[in-house]
Write a protein that binds this ligand. Structure first.
Ligand code: PLP
Length: 454
């Protein structure tokens, strides 16, 4: 059979709420044209993020019932620890309430002013947590990846020659760790090859620098390796993931992505001395090392999710459904970051709307119009989010795991194509209020001209 179906059936449903165009106009105006400020009940299809938005399985819900809520020594922790040890091989598993808590603890222990931490592309919380310690976060993506249209199989790879130059200039002593984000979220959800991981491992070993994975989407990355990298076609996603983790000295992980959990994360390391310091910090802000900011039931959901996410049928469907959205809009003239990534499709709004200058936020204009037209929520990843540092003006359509069916995605395709057909009518925005930090969450906008005509 050629048709790839959702590898699950639906046992419990959550109603969606239709709104009229007039209502959406009103919600937009009230929210200052910032989709973060619209109540979720007024969103029809929510593609804001794939983080914490997964549908859990019957097995996860069942496991939650046996959650052991003991303050210390919870059985649920040891179940999670066994699963993580089998998957990653890391000696220390430190649970946290989500990925950024793992980042904060790791960088607080390892970084200080004068240090530099390279990555293929730092996620925004990763960068912020590094910079908060006084250290510098440096992105080293492949130079070819800056072309959104280039179709490279492993566009998330780290620029190894660039890393070598950085080590020569900085000196290994000022680089406390190298990170590799799999898949590269800020770079378009693009995968990293095993060969690249091995090359980074070799280089960091030569210089005595620890290598950590930002492993949020490790399973999607493993699937791309199986499908695209010579030599791995007969490996299972789990075997590939096990090899990926064993090339690293530790990892940070947000269980809100490739563990289908609505909350949770962990930090792993093989370094006993670091682990002791990390657990001290953990007790200060997250909790005792056998629960780390989570309920026992959350630990259970993560343990089950980590095994489910490596299922071949699931990963085939997951990557095919993201690609389905990407191909159906790109092949009809909507420029996306090519090739489609694992968890999201990124529309290159700068290219789609050349009449809207960067200073007027083309991807924000597109996000607003997609909501106004069809009730779809997406997120601007461009000059609103990154200011002067934005490399592109992108609109991200992140796909929650196991939540939407093909007809939902067909609806999204139809809406995007309709907006694309009259893209010349879209107008830019100006910011009328912005907070001091992370302005995309609460900035307010005003349409420049043409609002109400489209
Ligand atoms: C690559 C990457 N790293 C880290 C994080 C932070 O994880 P959390 O949202 O659980 O704090 C995210 C979240 O989206 C991410 O995509």
């Amino acid at each position: 059979m050629k048709t790839i179906i959702e590898p699950f059936r639906i046992k419990s449903v959550e109603p969606l709420h239709h709104t009229s165009r007039e209502q959406r106009e009103q919600f937009l105006a009230e929210a200052g044209f910032n989709l973060f400020l619209i109540e979720a009940k007024n969103i029809l299809i929510d593609l804001l993020t794939d983080s914490g938005t997964s549908a859990m399985s019957t097995a996860q819900w069942a496991a939650m019932m046996r959650g052991d809520e003991s303050y210390a020594g919870s059985e649920s922790f040891f179940r999670l620890k066994r699963v993580v040890e089998d998957l990653t091989g890391f000696r220390h598993v430190i649970p946290t309430h989500q990925g950024r808590a793992a980042e904060r603890i790791l960088f607080t222990v390892m970084c200080r002013a004068g240090h530099t931490v390279p990555n293929n592309t730092h996620f925004d919380t990763t960068r912020a947590n590094i910079e908060f310690t006084g250290a510098r976060a440096v992105d080293l993506p492949l130079p070819e990846s800056s072309d959104t249209q280039a179709r490279l199989p492993f566009k998330g790879n780290l620029d190894v020659a660039g890393l070598e130059r950085l080590i020569t200039v900085e000196g290994a002593g000022r680089i406390p760790l190298v990170m590799l984000t799999v898949t590269d979220n800020s770079g378009g959800g693009q995968p990293v090859s095993m060969a690249n991981l091995e090359a980074v491992r070799q280089l960091t070993t030569r210089h005595g620098i620890p290598l950590y994975l930002d492993a949020c989407r490790f399973a999607e990355n493993a699937w791309f390796i199986q499908q695209r990298e010579p030599g791995y076609a007969s490996w299972s996603p789990k075997q590939i993931a096990q090899k990926m983790f064993r090339l690293a000295d530790g990892c940070t992980f947000s269980a809100k992505k490739d563990a289908f959990a609505n909350i949770g994360g962990f930090l792993c390391t093989n370094d006993d001395r670091l682990a002791a310091q990390e657990k001290d910090l953990l007790i200060l802000t997250e909790g005792f090392p056998t629960y780390g900011g989570l309920a026992g039931r959350d630990l259970e959901a993560i343990a089950v999710g980590l095994e489910e996410v490596l299922d071949t049928d699931y990963l085939r469907y997951r990557i095919a459904s993201t690609g389905y959205l990407g191909r159906h809009i790109a092949d009809r003239g909507v420029p996306i970051v090519e090739p489609p990534g694992g968890h999201a499709i990124y529309i290159d709004a700068g290219r789609m709307l050349p009449h809207i200058p960067r200073s007027q936020f083309p991807a924000q204009a597109l996000a607003v119009e997609l909501y106004r037209h069809a009730g779809i929520r997406s997120v601007e990843i461009g000059s609103v989010m990154f200011g002067e540092n934005a490399k592109h003006e992108l609109l991200r359509l992140a796909i929650p795991r196991r939540v939407y069916t093909q007809s939902h995605i067909d609806y999204v395709v139809e809406a995007i194509l309709e907006v694309n057909a009259r893209k010349n009518e879209l107008r830019g925005f100006e910011i009328v209020y912005e907070p001091k930090f992370l302005r995309h969450f609460s900035a307010r906008f005003q349409p420049l001209t043409g609002h109400g005509q489209i």
